[in-house]
Design a protein around this ligand. Structure first.
Ligand SMILES: Nc1ncnc2c1ncn2[C@@H]1O[C@H](COP(=O)(O)OP(=O)(O)OP(=O)(O)O)[C@@H](O)[C@H]1O
Length: 256
């Protein structure tokens, strides 16, 4: 099975999710072109994680569609999920396994050949500097180590699209550099990446496309330079989202 050659890597159309009475994702339309490095930014609670969860088949939308290379994620999840690697927020994964065991488990679940799993797992553990923790259970991992093993699990089957929720959060600078190298190489090799981040500098450094989401709506989307509109991404973000630095003068008790 080959993904159709004309469809974007990811297309969200009218994606909507309501919790309680409030739509937290409100008719989101988004296109991630194939071969792009796509950044999704937005304030806390904007709906990034909820959108990405619906996009990859982890959370059922109330309305709208999510397509991966033209395949409807909710109508044909098996085909769609073969094409993606996902690093979800919060990362629920089997924790009473070591890193190598977790990758073996993931690879075999994906139907991979055991020797291929071993080979790729060893390479990923080494480049992500997790090989020294070969006997440590994932439950004992630090937050950054969990991100890294989650990323390794997402990469193992060589997907065509990576969907990553804050992949660099809590990751040390050396590992962050390794992750950036891996992701750039993945895109150079024809893969597509969409990731959420709060770090505008990282998005500017890595991405060729970006979307800004606020209160569940996409307020800007397209090639990075077009969205920036001559400003830094941070300035543009603040102007789009309408943020103001809050008054903190009342916290007098913080002064000694
Ligand atoms: N399961 C849930 N039940 C009720 N409300 C939820 C649920 N999941 C998310 N929300 C709400 O939906 C809104 C969007 O949350 P979401 O996690 O998608 O935002 P986000 O943009 O990823 O935020 P952050 O940048 O802080 O991670 C928030 O107001 C959140 O409280």
């Amino acid at each position: 099975m080959r993904p159709s050659s004309t469809n974007p890597a990811l297309r969200l159309a009218g994606l909507t999710k309501t919790f309680g009475r409030r739509p937290v994702v409100d008719r989101v339309d988004l296109e991630v072109p194939r071969g792009s490095f796509f950044g999704l930014v937005g304030p806390n609670g904007a709906g990034k994680t909820t959108s990405l969860s619906m996009a990859v088949g982890l959370l059922r939308p109330d309305e709208g569609r999510a397509e991966i290379f033209g395949i409807d994620v909710w109508a044909d999840p098996t085909r769609a999920k073969q094409l993606i690697g996902v690093l979800p927020d919060g990362l629920s994964m089997p924790e009473r396994l070591t890193g190598p065991e977790l990758l073996r488990f993931t690879g075999l679940l994906r139907g991979m050949e055991p020797r291929q799993v071993e080979r790729r797992a060893a390479e990923l553990l080494e480049i992500l500097e997790l090989d020294g923790a070969g006997r440590t259970l994932v439950i004992e991992y630090s937050t950054g180590m969990r991100k890294k093993i989650g990323l390794a699990a997402a990469l193992l089957h060589a997907p065509r699209l990576l969907v990553l929720d804050e992949p660099l959060e809590a990751v040390d600078p050396v590992s962050a550099a390794a992750i950036k190298v891996i992701l750039r190489r993945f895109v150079r090799g024809g893969g597509s990446v969409v990731f959420s981040s709060h770090v505008m500098a990282v998005v500017e450094q890595l991405c060729d496309h970006v979307a800004v989401i606020a209160s569940g709506r996409v307020v800007a989307s397209g090639p990075l330079a077009a969205v920036q509109a001559g400003l830094s991404l941070e300035e543009r973000f603040v102007s789009l989202v309408g943020g103001q630095i809050p008054e903190v003068g009342e916290l007098a008790w913080l002064s000694s």
